[in-house]
Design a protein around this ligand. Structure first.
Ligand code: NAD
Length: 311
């Protein structure tokens, strides 16, 4: 039913997700505004199109993986965008996996539900839209082990489940439109704060005479154990294969963390909800970026903020 997949946004994450769909046997058509990327895909024998609308014309479902809300709005509603004119032959399902604010996700869902399908698809007279941002780094995108957080209609979620499982290890339904985006920013704010908490505790421990390696061992079999201590430890040399052991290169950039914390702070403000740790984490990661560590993995907060060493 969803054999022809359009994919727009072939950056660090999207290029790998699109390749996993191809591996799983889907017929994939791609678009990115970067012509070098398009050339690479074309050279691999993958169908490329010059605009989002041309992708829409040949796809049952279109997945977008773009940097931010403004890029998503442009791809959907801009000139030659996916929703060109509001009367669609195809696709009947849109999935946005970009990390954007919940309100933009909801507005987009409303706009899409006001579009008309020229040909009815099963029971569907209007196209459906899911917000389905992901947790997992570039490595998880490559390995096909992402976690999708999905907002929208449950029927559309069920229809898309096999697609999600071709790119990820799980897809969790979060409820109405925008709830996937809300879940994603909450996940990342917890990750940002926990990384700072672990970094602060390990740095204090060192200062009090307990080595970070000893303290990490204790955390990992005690109540302080968490992803930031046992899977993505921020102290250089303690774990293999994590950004802290390769000068904080690769991984999830401080710049992207600031973007996500800005979304969390804005959403909290809109909801009238107090989030003091989020605001503090936003300040710390913004400072890191201003100090020139914007492309380093966000766990570099340990080195630059807590132990004060510079590269
Ligand atoms: P990226 O910047 O590497 O890729 C984005 C791609 O979108 C680029 O290739 C760019 O050319 C393309 N693009 C931008 N505007 C476009 C337009 N108008 N039309 C067509 N193509 C356009 O970003 P990324 O790291 O792949 O991240 C994508 C999304 O996934 C972001 O929202 C990010 O927050 C989220 N995310 C990233 C990671 C990560 O580790 N990188 C992890 C989880 C979630």
């Amino acid at each position: 039913m969803l054999e022809n997949v359009g994919f727009i946004g072939l950056g660090h994450m999207g290029s790998r997700m699109a390749k996993n769909l191809i591996k799983a046997g889907y017929r994939v058509t791609v678009h990115d505004k970067n012509s070098d990327i398009m050339k690479k895909f074309s050279e691999m024998g993958i169908s490329t199109k010059g605009t989002p609308f041309e992708v829409a014309e040949t796809s049952d479902v279109v997945i977008t993986m773009l940097p931010s809300s403004s890029h998503v709005i442009d791809v959907y509603a801009g000139t030659n965008g996916l929703l060109h004119g509001g009367k669609l032959l195809r696709p009947w399902l849109f999935i946005d996996s970009s990390t954007i604010d919940p309100q933009t996700s909801r507005n987009l869902s409303t706009t899409i539900s006001n579009c008309v399908l020229k040909e009815k698809k099963d029971n569907w007279e209007t196209p459906a839209k899911l917000d389905a941002p992901v947790s997992g780094s570039v490595i998880a995108a490559e390995a096909g082990t992402l976690t999708f957080m999905v907002g929208g209609s449950e029927e559309a979620y069920q229809a898309a489940n096999l697609l999600f499982l071709s790119m990820g290890k799980s897809a969790i339904f979060c409820g109405k439109a925008g709830n996937g985006s809300a879940a994603k920013i909450c996940n990342n704010l917890a990750m940002a704060v926990s990384m700072l908490g672990v970094s602060e505790a390990l740095a204090l421990g060192q200062c009090l005479g307990v080595a970070a390696s000893t303290l990490s061992k204790i955390f990992n079999c005690s109540s302080a154990r968490c992803w930031s201590s046992d899977t993505y430890n921020p102290v250089p040399g303690l774990m293999e294969g994590v950004p802290s052991s390769r000068n904080y290169d690769g991984g999830f950039s401080s710049k992207l963390m600031v973007k996500d914390l800005n979304l969390a702070v804005a959403s909290a403000k809109e909801a009238g909800h107090r989030c003091p740790f989020t605001s503090q984490a936003q300040e710390i990661y913004t400072e890191l970026c201003m100090d020139g560590h914007d492309v380093k993995d966000f766990s570099c907060a340990f080195r630059h903020y807590y132990s004060g060493k510079d590269e």
